[in-house]
Design a protein around this ligand. Structure first.
Ligand code: NDP
Length: 500
């Protein structure tokens, strides 16, 4: 795998957009793409400007209007989705290596978790559309009312840097399954895997030209040109809350919808009756997988005071023992942060926590190297009001608070601007069900970390987002519900204008 890195370092790739079945010429502003483990340039991205975004949207519109995709049978769409699934698995090793190189996420995670999941999205939606249907209502005498789900049109799919392939593959699979065409915009920091996926799909001729299109570039240039484009029909966005609000503002002008998967500060509550070893395993994964750069991180820990000493000591010891290093090394558990800004962000939160009275239990420092490495960090706080307990840090950074009773911990867990996931560790089934009702989050996970089931919806409440990704949630996102009401017999109508 080290060869993989040196090959790209000595011969950086050129990344350009893709529209109407062809890659763009490398004419846009050149932006270096960095390997965060070494700080070196591994590719050069050529930014898509407004004109290139226009071309991509027009290609998607033509493909939608001319109908090769919206008009395709479910069986045709299924075949294409299965072909993309197979193509991802065929190239899994290479795509996982690119994802690791560009994001710093350990290769064992990109290879064993991200890639299979990226592929699975396409298979799942291929299967879902075969079983999915509309609804028929017959309660109104003399009428039959039908509800069908029509493709929405041209979807703008905008993804973040922390899990570029997996999260955007989910959007592509959903948009395509329901008969839409799309324009994809990855983060300009991590464009490598999606660019390669487009090459693979193009080389295999899986989709008609214009059905999928790619634009690359910075958020305020390419992202804004796409999300404010008058000819897109919706935006499916995953990223930060502020960016989400900005995109919703642009969409409001055109009275269009957007599905927003935004930030989180998810509580993970460990009750005294929990299987403590398992809760520890889950809390470690919830805080530190994906280098801690995870929207659904359960890194705001609440531990019952009866087990707090034991839990906190073990969590701190295990955090200090985490192996930080080259993400291609199979022993590595934590790779580098995505860039220098993230390193500085962690340092500023350590300082803020200390300034507000929190105790530093582990880490807190930067690791000297050419890359962007930090020590995994744990801070204990007596209050949920501290910035480290309220703001999304997006790093291997866990906070721990202790609690004494259920009502109190629910109030503190819900005291957050976010509401993505609530984690509960308990052996008491009734308690688990009570918390599932009372936690103000889009998802509640009981005795398990980071589990996603595509049949259910994933998304947040409050500032964590709008809409749900997953079977019916994605259908709501990527289709327009249409009602058709049919009179079964001639209804007696008042005959206006006839004098009767
Ligand atoms: P950002 O909000 O900074 O960026 C997300 C994407 O939006 C990027 O492609 C970015 O481009 C683009 N963008 C930025 N500004 C605009 C704009 N004005 N119009 C259109 N697009 C724009 O998020 P990050 O990439 O920093 O990702 C981290 C965030 O994502 C965290 O808050 C995390 O919680 C959230 N997230 C949420 C998930 C969920 O499912 N709820 C899952 C994963 C992450 P560029 O980067 O090129 O500037």
């Amino acid at each position: 795998m080290k060869d993989f890195r040196s090959k790209l370092m000595s011969n950086p790739q050129t990344i350009t957009g893709y529209a109407a079945g062809a890659f763009a010429a490398p004419t846009g502003e050149a932006i270096p793409v960095i390997d965060p483990a070494t700080g070196t340039t591994v590719a050069v991205l050529h930014e898509s400007d407004g004109a290139e975004v226009d071309t991509a949207v027009a290609a998607a519109r033509d493909a939608f209007r001319a109908g090769p995709w919206a008009g395709a049978s479910v069986a045709d769409r299924q075949r294409a989705l299965h072909a993309i699934h197979d193509a991802i698995l065929e190239h899994a090793e290479e795509l996982a290596a690119l994802e690791t190189l560009n994001t710093g996420i350990p290769f064992i995670q990109t290879k064993n978790i991200h890639l299979p999941r990226a592929a699975q999205n396409f298979r799942f939606f291929a299967e879902f559309i075969n079983q999915d249907g509309g609804e028929v209502f017959t309660q109104e005498p003399g009428y039959m009312s039908l509800v069908t789900y029509e493709p929405i049109g041209v979807c703008a799919l905008i993804g973040p840097w922390n899990m570029p392939l997996g999260l955007t593959a989910m959007k592509m699979a959903g948009a395509l399954a329901f008969g839409n065409t799309c324009v994809v915009k990855p983060s300009e920091i991590t464009p490598l895997t999606l660019a390669r996926l487009f090459e693979i799909i193009d080389a295999k001729g899986i989709l008609p030209p214009g059905v999928i299109n790619l634009v690359n570039g910075r958020g305020h240039v390419t992202g804004e040109a796409l999300s404010a484009h008058p000819d897109i029909d919706m935006v499916s966005f995953t990223g930060g809350t502020e960016t989400g609000a900005r995109i919703l503002g642009a969409l409001a002008k055109g009275i269009k919808g957007g599905a927003m998967e935004l930030g989180g500060k998810s509580p993970s509550i460990v009750f005294a009756d929990a299987d403590i070893e398992r809760a520890l395993d889950g809390a470690m994964l919830g805080s530190f997988m994906n280098n801690g750069q995870m929207c659904l991180a359960g890194s705001r820990l609440f531990v019952h005071e009866q087990v707090a000493d034991e839990f906190i000591a073990a969590f701190t010891t295990r955090t200090k023992a985490l192996r930080v290093g080259d993400p291609f090394d199979p022993a590595t558990e934590i790779g580098p942060m995505i860039n220098a800004a993230q390193v500085a962000r962690v340092a500023s939160y350590v300082e803020s926590g200390l300034g507000q009275g929190a105790t530093l239990l582990a880490g807190g420092g930067q690791i000297e190297s050419d890359g962007f490495f930090i020590e995994p960090t744990v801070m204990q706080s007596n209050s949920n009001a501290l910035a480290i307990c309220q703001e999304e840090i997006f790093a291997p950074f866990a906070t721990i608070q202790t609690f004494s009773d259920e009502d109190e911990v629910i109030a503190r867990a819900n005291d957050s601007a976010f509401g993505l996931v609530g984690y509960v560790w308990t052996a008491d089934l009734e308690r688990a069900l009570r918390l599932s009702r009372r936690l103000a989050t889009g998802t509640v996970l009981v005795n398990t970390p980071i589990m996603r089931d595509l049949r259910t919806g994933f998304g947040g409440v409050r500032q964590s987002g709008l809409g749900r990704e997953g079977a019916k949630g994605s259908r709501a996102m990527f289709t327009e519900m249409k009602s058709t009401i049919i009179a079964l017999e001639r209804p007696a109508l008042p005959r206006m204008g006839t004098g009767n």
